[in-house]
Design a protein around this ligand. Structure first.
Ligand code: ADP
Ligand code: MG
Length: 606
């Protein structure tokens, strides 16, 4: 019988391992930066071209490698970080599997150069698709430089899964952000196609968070420090008002390693239960330290998941620590430091010019042709801005949500024909129609009306937008910035305009008119969070209804809200005018009818 089974050549096993560890440029960067950190580097520089598809280059000032070690490092299962089985129970380094370098080198054109400080020269090794092509001495500063060109050039199936350069660069930025937050004592910088993506000096955690997440977010963070049951917890958590629609700003680390763990996330959400709306997530940077024997990081090749020996203890310790801090509501008592002069923001000249430009356009004057527009709306028609005479300049107060546009010529429809009884609990409108009592959820109804209007406007070209007199600035994540750029034309169609303002900061210059009165920060964060998962404009069209319903949701006041009769009449009229389905865009009912007969039954009149 012919032999069927063969042991695979190493070049193939490396490619298979690469399938698990190397998903995209960002995962290469994660592995290489982890190596740099394990090598004691205090300064790490990253360069990428075409989102890392063409080039990824990492330079560090770590302890470097000798010629022998450099050659060994490219062998599978070659590591300096563990020596025996028992070491697996006490891992103190980020790496230990000895897989990253050979895996990456097997699916790219790879160059490693490394020098130990006590050596006069370094060693350079060139590898192509896993085959060593050249080994030679080279002059270089102590440390290690690795460049990875044409990732997946020999695995076309994988290459197909890579997204656009912008999307990949966004992932790289997010990966580096996670690592930079974990090590404020290390300087990081990254350029993408020559443009600076990130640069952070060595500092402390709060300053690092302020650089990574933005000053506004950092100002609402509160320090946490607790330890019990052999578990120590430190870091910062946000006030409930500083929340997001995704878990993207939940940075959680176990023994210095970024993890996305269900137990940890559940504990955090339990602590915030009751102070944060459903579907919202806090901003946290939490460092959980426990004895390495208490946690198994060898669950998944990317090590994003872990297993705890005493899961319940970790969960409860974390939840209690957060609850203790949240119960004190430090955000309610915190005083601004006395040295800071009250409300004297230093507004840059550029910002002043932007405000002036925006003010002009909102008054109906055409924008200055030289006003920078980083996100050109190439193939969309200009957004209809209402004529100057009727255009209100938004200063962010007047509540227009219950003032649907008067439509005097509207034919009398079902809702307009109702006799208004009044308002119940400032949340429901009670009406009468012949033998029925009609109860309307005013919030759901307003949302439905807004949604229908937005859809109509979208179909007629673009959602009406309103320029802001005082544009808001907003600091975003890398993935969000990439999404903003990728969908800038589509965003214009739903009435949103953003302009870059250096780094990851954008200026919100225009908002959908219906939602403008409520400010744009939350709305834009929510919309961009939805968009980060989409890749193409066609996907945007599929997501359109969701996005419009997000805007609708942001355009109305929630909870109790006293209405005047005039406002109720207008709402009822608007309900007739819109192609009205009996539920809000989220699928909740808008109105409910109780027949007289039902009441008669209740009161035993029949
Ligand atoms: P692991 O990190 O799991 O040990 P890798 O394949 O990532 O496996 O790296 C193999 C070895 O190469 C490491 O154990 C380390 O000794 C060495 N090495 C890799 N990158 C660096 C670096 N930037 N500086 C110094 N040594 C490095
Ligand atoms: Mg490694």
């Amino acid at each position: 019988m012919a032999q069927r089974i063969a042991i695979l050549p190493e070049i193939i096993t490396n490619k298979i391992a690469a399938g698990e560890v190397v998903e995209r440029p960002a995962s290469v960067i994660k592995e290489l930066v982890e190596n740099s950190l394990d090598a004691g580097a205090t300064d790490i520089t990253v360069e990428i071209a075409a989102g890392g598809r063409r080039l990824i280059k990492i330079m560090d000032n770590g302890h470097g490698m000798s010629r022998e070690d450099a050659l060994l490092s490219l062998e599978r299962h070659a590591t300096s970080k563990i020596k025996s089985d028992s070491d697996l129970d006490g891992i103190n380094t980020l790496g230990f599997r000895g897989e990253a370098l050979p895996s990456i080198a097997s699916v790219s054109r790879f160059r490693l150069a490394s020098r130990e400080a006590n050596n006069q020269e370094g060693t350079e090794i060139i590898v192509e698709g896993g085959r060593v092509k050249d080994v030679k001495a080279c002059g270089m500063a102590p440390g290690t430089v690795i460049s990875v060109e044409q990732l997946f050039f020999n695995t076309p199936a994988r290459q197909k899964f890579l997204r656009s350069a912008e999307t990949e660069a966004g992932h790289v930025g997010d990966t580096l952000t996670r690592m930079a937050i974990s090590r404020p004592d290390v300087a990081f910088s990254c350029t993408s196609d020559g443009r600076e993506l990130l640069r952070v000096q060595r500092s402390d955690l709060l300053r690092r968070l302020s650089q990574a997440l933005g000053k506004n977010t950092a100002a609402n963070l509160h320090e946490i420090s607790a330890s019990s049951n052999g578990i120590s917890i430190s870091g910062f958590i946000s006030a409930p008002s500083t929340c997001r629609s995704t878990t993207n700003a939940m940075f959680t680390y176990i023994n210095g390693r970024f993890v996305r763990d269900k137990v940890i996330q559940h504990a955090i959400m339990q602590a915030y239960r009751g102070v944060i709306d459903r579907g919202r997530y806090p901003v946290v940077a939490l460092f959980i330290e426990l004895s390495p024997g208490e946690v198994d990081v060898n669950v998944h090749p990317t090590k994003h998941e872990v297993r705890f020996r005493h899961q319940a203890a970790v969960h409860d310790t974390l939840q209690t620590a957060l609850e203790d801090l949240l119960r004190k509501s430090p955000w309610l008592t915190r005083q601004p430091p006395p040295t800071v002069p009250p409300a004297a923001p230093t507004i840059s000249q550029a910002y002043k010019e932007r405000i002036a430009a925006a003010a002009q356009t909102s008054l109906g004057i055409a924008p200055r042709p030289d006003a920078p527009r980083f996100y050109p709306a190439k193939d969309t028609k200009p957004v209809p801005v209402k004529p100057a005479a009727t255009e209100a300049i938004t200063v962010r107060e007047p509540d227009t949500s219950f003032q649907p546009e008067p439509t005097p010529s509207a034919p009398e429809g079902y809702f307009s024909s109702l006799k208004i009884i009044g308002q119940f609990h400032a949340e429901y409108i009670l009406c009468q129609s012949e033998n029925e009592m009609v109860i309307i959820d005013q919030h759901a109804a307003s949302e439905r009306v807004a949604y229908q209007r937005l859809r109509q406007q979208f179909e007629n070209n673009a959602v009406e937008s309103q320029r802001l007199l005082f544009p808001e600035t907003l600091e975003l994540s890398f993935a969000e910035v990439a999404a903003a750029r990728r969908f800038s034309n589509d965003l214009t169609r739903i009435g949103l305009e953003l302009e870059p303002f250096g780094g990851n900061t954008v200026i919100i210059t225009a908002l959908p008119r219906l939602a403008a009165a409520h400010g744009g920060t939350r709305l834009i964060r929510d919309i961009l969070a939805d968009l980060t998962s989409l890749s193409a404009s066609s996907a945007f069209l599929d997501a359109r209804d969701n996005l419009l319903s997000r805007i609708a949701c942001h355009s109305v006041v929630r909870g109790v809200h006293q209405l005047e009769n005039r406002q109720i009449t207008e709402l009822l009229r608007a309900m007739d005018e819109t192609d009205f389905a009996a539920s809000c865009p989220h699928g909740r009912p808008v109105s409910h009818v109780i027949a007289l007969a039902e009441l008669e039954k209740i009161f035993k009149r029949t």
